[in-house]
Design a protein around this ligand. Structure first.
Ligand code: F6P
Length: 340
């Protein structure tokens, strides 16, 4: 039987003098953030620490938007999308005055350490904060974009993929019935992780992502061949950050060269950020939430909790915000092979 090393951790915690942990979500919400909030709250309480929930991300630190958490306050949320703590992208927290105020409010509230759940921008803010003030901060990657260096998965990515797949499956019915070509635009900011992986899962004919220059030329070659063999039903996934300028632009451009195709455009938009998290996101969020509190108890600071090959890892904020995460090029080969 596995025995949790709670006693050792509690001993460490008393040596590290951490009694009260603050938790917030920042940046774009993603399905599974609530599961992470629940895991952070319950792990801290389990280890006899206090937990303070901070509403509205870093903005809530500046406005003293604090609430003492009890275990039942995170009941019935693991299955819910969005974030019960609400989220913002705070401009004030980028200023010295904003950060000074946040620090003072945390001191007044007795918060000894912070867990931040969010993406790239959240960790940039956290890194600056820990460099200037003596408050340990540990991050949990929460974004549908999956664009963070140092982790295979971010919380929300799997749920967003499943939302995309279910939407594109429906679009495919019309594409097949009417012999139409659909350009479907998906989110991902300036990265193509969501587009590429969902393209494989949907059996898309092609994908346009920002990481690959000149992919519109490849698409045109593909359509030329398709036209010759009278294959007019196609689903092309377009990452919002692709250099072609999005699905509407590329549709307009392509239609000029291929008038024989009946084209339509669908932009999936914010439905990709909502909905109940998948089992994968709930479990990952739970693992990461527990790991974040344990890292704080082990006196870690300025790190993101990552997941590599299903193992928890600690990545310094410096590395995750400075390095670029590469796409898996093998998936592009797979798409090409499977879309003949
Ligand atoms: O980072 C998550 C994300 O959904 C991106 O994919 C997208 O580019 C952006 O946020 C949209 O942000 P907003 O909700 O502010 O429009």
């Amino acid at each position: 039987m596995y025995i949790c090393s709670r006693k050792i951790r509690i001993k460490n915690q008393f040596m590290s003098k951490i009694r009260k942990i603050g938790v917030l979500t920042s940046g774009g919400d993603s399905p599974g953030m609530n599961a992470a909030i629940r895991a952070v709250t319950r792990t801290a309480l389990y280890n006899e620490m206090e937990v303070v929930a901070i509403s509205l991300g870093y903005e809530g630190l500046i406005q003293s938007n604090f609430k003492q958490m009890k275990s039942n306050m995170v009941s019935d949320i693991i299955q819910r999308g969005g974030t019960i703590l609400k989220s913002t992208r705070s401009e004030d927290f980028k200023t010295k005055e904003g950060k000074d105020k946040a620090y003072q409010n945390m001191k007044n509230e007795g918060i000894d350490a912070l867990v931040v759940i969010g993406g790239d921008g959240t960790f940039r803010g956290a890194r600056e904060f820990t460099e200037e003030y003596d408050i340990p901060v540990v991050g949990i990657p929460g974004t549908i974009d999956n664009d963070l260096y140092g982790t295979d998965y971010t919380i929300g990515y799997d749920s967003a993929l499943n939302t995309i797949i279910s939407a594109v499956d429906k679009i495919r019915d019309t594409a097949s019935s009417h012999n139409r070509l659909f350009f479907v635009e998906v989110m991902g900011k300036d990265a193509g992780f969501l587009a590429l992986r969902s393209a494989i899962a949907c059996g898309a004919e092609a994908v346009l992502i920002p990481e690959i220059e000149g992919d519109t030329k490849t698409l045109k070659n593909y359509l030329k061949k398709g036209s010759k063999r009278k294959k007019f039903s196609n689903v092309i996934l377009v990452a919002e950050g692709d250099e072609s300028g999005g699905a509407f632009n590329i549709a307009k451009e392509t239609q000029k060269d291929f008038p024989e195709y009946d084209m339509r455009v669908t932009v999936l938009g914010h439905i990709q950020r909502g909905g109940s998290p998948t089992a994968y996101d709930r479990v990952t969020a739970s693992e990461m939430g527990v790991a974040a509190v344990e890292a704080i108890m082990d006196n870690q600071n300025s790190i993101m909790i990552g997941m590599i090959n299903r193992e928890i890892v600690h990545i310094p904020f410096n590395r995750t915000v400075k390095h670029h995460k590469d796409i898996n090029r093998r998936l592009l080969d797979i798409l090409e092979i499977l879309s003949i």
